[in-house]
Design a protein around this ligand. Sequence first.
Ligand code: NG1
Length: 392
Amino acid sequence: MSGEHAFRSRFGASPDTRIVVPGRVNLMGDHVDYCGLPVLPAAIQRRVELHVRARDDRTVRIASSAAPPREFGIAEPLPPFAPGDWGNYAKAAISELARDTGEPRGFDALFDSDLPQSAGLSSSSAIVVATALAFLHVNHTRIDRLDLASRLARAERYVGTHGGGMDQAVLLLAKKRHALRIDFDPLRVCPREVPDAWTFVVAHSLVDASKSNTARDAYNSRPREAEAARAAVARSLGAPDASFRDLADRFTVDELLDAARRADTVHRPRFTHVVTEADRVERAARALELDEPETFGRLMSESHESLRTQCKVSHPRLDRLVSLCLRSGAHGARLTGAGFGGCVLALTTPAQRDKLIARLTEEFYGPLGVTAHEMNDRLFIALPSQGALIVE
Ligand code: NG1
């Protein structure tokens, strides 16, 4: 059943708007956005769609083909559902935006999605962004997308995670066929063209990485530990107030790693990850500009190694996928997003692509009993796609 049809049978009327929000892969720069350091993600063709119809009251009703329906009245403050409830992503957006909307109107909405959930592909931020755009649309309010991305990054903390601003920014501001270099404080974006021959494959580890549930505490400890390490290193350099950005601007990576060796911190591995990953983002952005996929791939694999050994957010299944990708001729591979499960992203060539897919299917998914029908959500090519769209 089409989303529009499902909307009509659920709510007894036609939707008047469709909002399309992509998922994303992160090409380089994980667990650094919350330190205020740049990242290099791309939106992908897998997306969530929200069919929306304005209401005349303050009620929000959201149905979904994949989750139980949720209903709430727009109020201030807006109390959350139970921890881990998907409806909190919708409430996160609305509690942020309703604050400066005089007499907010609610809406009926139906979610439809082909974006795997809890996979490190930003399905949660896609719900936040889609709900925000629906709310703004039915209330005839316009907010500049850069401002909206910053506000929604803060807003998503409503669900209990202390993330950075990468996801909301790329979902709102991405450009087709481009990756998006994102800088923070203040938020700035710069699209970088991805050459057609660069082929990105997404492979799911079959381990859920639900940041609002099982992985929440593990995720939240990373920004805390990185910040503790920053404070210790900055103190040891006589610049206690220097942010990660200041440190990266004033010192070389080697100087910072030396300082971390001397500083009084048990979180040196987190610091090491953050400063080396930030450096990889710069080098990867250059490799993209120069069309050097081998260099880019090498940096991806180094990044995975750092996420595995320093940041400690990998999982044996992700590691296995990465080494299978490398053995199948990929230029490089890394976990993408928060980790703890979710997906691996590999960079390969059009010529090597089928070999890579066949090998992963045979050696990874086959033995785990994944059916041909399920494979569609487990292993696919990621096409750099445009950001969120509102279709009247
Ligand atoms: P995912 O993979 O969507 O859970 C999370 C954070 C990002 C970033 C990455 C790791 C949110 C909404 N997303 O992404 O800000 O920190 O982990 O690089 O918190």
